[in-house]
Design a protein around this ligand. Structure first.
Ligand SMILES: Cc1ncc(C[n+]2csc(CCOP(=O)(O)OP(=O)(O)O)c2C)c(N)n1
Ligand SMILES: [Mg+2]
Length: 257
């Protein structure tokens, strides 16, 4: 996905590299070739660069899974896509292909109820995107995408299933886009009640509450943690800003054709 910062961070892309990417600096993932977080690929971290057309990355992910299978590598590919992307032809072709060849891949659909200004009901006539899995011949799982303790075991089970030769799984994470599509979008088309309902399901607050209830976190622990993150981000920003713009003489580097 083009905006999956959580996934990027979990795979080991540092805030410094992500910020340097935004600033178009050499320290960014594309080494200053653009200033966009679309396409932040780094194969050393197992991240394939995103392709801006949705969901054109999905068949590439299936291709990676096919390569793992052909080479006998015990690896599993994870492909992330949105509810809007799930209605595109390539999504159907990819899921069908992955199932026919029993590829080690997990398809994670982040159903955040909107694709730009298009609500779910205007682009599909089913309740659960995961229900489509039956038509491809793979397991389909619906999870509360705002609950860490629902998402983690579901993905873990699907990865284990894929790794043991069981083929692909489609996981639909139900969530909500809490801002406009981008900064220009005031999302006047989103009913305020819907937003208020999802506000109550904030995944970070829920995770915090879980830790508090079990005595694993208290007010001091939380403020120490937030301060530490703030300091880390300030330092990452300073290093990203200190990174130079690329030397124009390198413009043709990494161009293959
Ligand atoms: C083929 C194609 N058409 C249009 C766009 C422009 N576009 C970028 S994001 C987006 C909405 C995608 O919605 P969804 O798949 O639900 O993902 P979300 O942005 O909600 O996470 C669109 C239409 C695109 N990137 N690719
Ligand atoms: Mg969406």
């Amino acid at each position: 996905m083009h905006r999956d910062l959580g996934t990027y961070l979990a795979r080991g892309l540092t805030p410094e590299r992500i910020l340097a990417q935004y600033f178009g600096r050499v320290g960014g993932v594309t080494r200053g070739r653009d200033a966009n977080i679309h396409g932040m690929g780094d194969l050393s971290l197992g991240l394939i660069g995103f392709i801006s057309h949705l969901p054109a990355s999905l068949p590439v992910v299936a291709g990676a899974a096919q390569a793992f299978k052909l080479k006998g590598e015990p690896r599993v590919a994870l492909g992330f896509f949105g509810d809007g992307s799930s209605s595109q032809g390539l999504a159907h072709e990819t899921l069908n292909w992955a199932s026919v060849f029993q590829l080690p891949v997990v398809f994670i659909c982040e159903n955040n109820q909107y694709a730009y200004s298009t609500p779910l009901a205007r682009q599909m006539n089913i309740e659960n995107i995961a229900d489509r899995a039956a038509g491809y011949g793979m397991p389909g799982v619906v999870v509360d995408g705002n609950d860490f303790f629902a998402v983690y075991p579901a993905v873990q089970a699907a990865v284990a299933h894929a790794r043991s030769g069981g083929g692909p799984t489609l996981i639909e994470c139900k969530t909500m886009r809490m801002r406009g599509h981008a900064i220009h979008d005031n999302m006047a088309y989103v009913p305020p009640d819907l937003l208020a309902t999802w506000q109550q399901r904030d995944p970070i607050r829920r995770f915090e509450a879980y830790l508090y209830e079990r005595g694993l976190l208290d007010d001091k622990g939380l403020s120490d943690l937030l301060n530490r993150i703030e300091r880390e981000l300030d330092a990452a920003q300073a290093r990203a800003e200190a990174s130079p713009y690329p030397d124009p003489s390198t413009v043709a580097d990494d161009v293959y054709a």
